[in-house]
Design a protein around this ligand. Sequence first.
Ligand code: PEP
Ligand code: MG
Length: 870
Amino acid sequence: MSEPTTATRIDFIAPLTGILVPIEQVPDPVFAQKMMGEGFSIDPLAGQLVAPVAGEVVDLQQSGHAVTIRSADGLEILMHIGLDTVQLQGQGFTPLVAEGQQVTAGEPLIDFELDFLATRAKSLLTQIVIANSDLIDSLTPKSGLVNAGQDVAAQVTLAAASDDDGAAAAPGAPAGGGTTAIGEVLIPNPTGMHARPAANLVNVAKGFDSDIQLEKDDESGSAKSIVSILALALAFGDKMTITATGPDAQEAVEALTRAINDGLGEDVSTMPSGTEDTLATAAVAEDASLQEPEESFNQPKSEDPNVLLGVTASPGLGIGQVVQLRHEEIEVQETAEDPAQERANLDASVERSIGELNELQQRLEAEGSEEKAAIFGAHQEILRDPELLDRAYKGIEQGKSAAFAWRASYTGFATTLEGLDNEVLAGRAADMRDVGQRVLGELTGQRQEKAELAAGTILIAEDLSPSDTAQLDRSKVVGFATTQGGASSHVAIIARSMDIPAVAGIENRALDIPEGARVVLDGTAGKLQMNLSDEEISGIEARQRRIAERKAVEDAAKDEPAVTTDGHQVAVVANIGGADDARDAMQHGAEGVGLLRSEFVFMERATAPSEQEQVDVYAECSRALKPGQPLVLRTLDVGGDKPLSYLPIPTEENPFLGIRGVRVGLEQPQVLRTQLRAIFAAADTGAELQVMFPMIATIDDWRRAKAIFDEERAASGVTTNVPCGIMMEVPSVAVMAQQFAAEEGCDFFSVGTNDLTSYTLAMDRGHPKLAAQVDPCNPAVLTLIGNAAAALHAQGKWLGVCGGVASDPQAVPILVGLGVDELSCSIPAIPSVKAKVRAYSLEQCKHLAAQAVTCSTPEEVRSLVPMDED
Ligand code: PEP
Ligand code: MG
């Protein structure tokens, strides 16, 4: 190892005549928070910008308001005249140099009309920042008046470089291994990718380990370098390719694409449709007949001023008065004197927070709220994350206060999670911010006091933290709506478990509803209504009473079997994600479990669960059921829309047609083998364990999976019978039900209508434009199910349905008539599904099914069965 070389100091000559201003005081967070890098600002008194050091002009913005010079030491010095001056589109600026030109210190670069800018720009403050600040140790600005080309404006010390091998790693080189992912976007920013959006883009890119290159035409540059981005001169509507290589390549491309489409901090909502989305969307939009009016892809919007739309987070109806919940910003000091003291403060605050969370977890456990308690267990894990703490410690070492460094660390992580195009992981950003705020409150002593709520409150907030939600007083809060979040956030899960109606992702104007306004929150329909007359409110109250009465009748019979009026019994079982659900299912009258989505045991972890951990979970689920009841364990179903960080699946062009479901287990048999061993080890714990393989498409898939099953069963020595079945979610299995049923050792089938419908109609169930058509009541899907049931019954095999349609009251009699033997539903739906079965005779069901398969549309099918009157 050779010694590091000595640090070098460079004087920056004043590039302008004017008054020096600390960069932190610039009224633009992109500069003030140093998102572009270290620097200083000058309030100009004369209209000529000169070079602060000698170097090459590496970028000159087309609009002439910004220029970057690369010094001989490699420093990239970006000079940005005024704020928001990109919008002047060149007016008032006269560049005096060209890109590629060498300049000496003090050489004029740009003339600008000071008086003109003074009336047109947001501010004349001119920023000089080092875009690659990682190359410097410090930048110390002078103060007061400086003269362009004469006085020293700042001193910069270069970071001491190690000359170990003479060749430093290329900036942005990937942190070892990984894959390559590629995406294409159109630039939606009206004034192109100028400094502010570029800085935001760099910020997003730096959250990833992968090397990320941006390419326009034949030019390319690193997404982690603001200068490279500016040099690409990306204008509005330009097509750009993003190529990421490294361990988190796919996530990086997705996050960057999303950030760019969202405008990188700029309002791009006024763009013509087709420009705000990816290239593929734009290509479609070229056909005017396909072009949609301006609409947000993600957020539903209502035409009615008195109705606000969102998505269902928790079903139910609430009538009440609005309370707007706003989180106060916690003030933090940026710097601190004593890093050791700051670190000790941070450690103590983290420990205190872990203690509080532990207390909260234990209290909830004692109250029997296991699911909520587990969330606060997970929060303690977040606080033990070494990466989260390390990032904060690094900030402290650089002179930041503990609060500042901590906030930067957790918000950075949360932003990265939010940027991922994955609803589940994005939902975890709220958890990250929640624990982050908790520690920040401890550190600063600024704990947010909770206001007393009156009975009949409907809360509205941008977002609620999981802690806020778990501590809501159910006797006071009758519903809540948030402008952020989705159906699978922890907040939604908690709301469902507390039976509080909730709507997520509601239109932003919800935040403007006056305090005390009377509103109706319809969690089931995902909407909020306001300005209702007394008469309308009474109508809704009457509807609430009817729903409650019906629910009471259904609940009273929840433990009775589901038998049609003419004596045909249908098994009604539950879809679960773990042991809490298994217990809950029993409380709701489930006769077993028709689908344990075992991937839940694997998700939200840094590493795969060990064999023993899996045994424990499966056995706990089994013990929650009554002895002998079925517990169908679906083997790990990841890939497609369910990624697992520790089980990398190479990036695919069509992940839903790629390595997902059982194909992952066949590609990586050790994962499947470990899981099967765990299932066999838990086989004697009460319930009848059954194994089901997801995404079987061919006879070969089945035979290979079954061979592994047989080998592991033999090796385990288990003597208990463990039936083995197939999930029918690829149309080929339904069409060839006869051949599949004839396979040796194939005991049962369960239809995954969610995927079966997608694959039958070739429409992604999550697609923003197509999802509404992905209706399992489509006659094509029902025909597949009916034919398959007949083929299976002919060979003595049973057929269940575990997709969402099994919980749909309108579909229940049709499914029974098609010959479905078991309905595996979401837990809260069990009593009403049972009630539905009891309301029909098998003859009536068969008649409905026969009609349904001759219908032309799903709407016609649905019109056959009246909706519940509510
Ligand atoms: C289905 O596809 O219907 C199903 C139950 O599986 P999942 O929703 O978990 O993909
Ligand atoms: Mg599926």
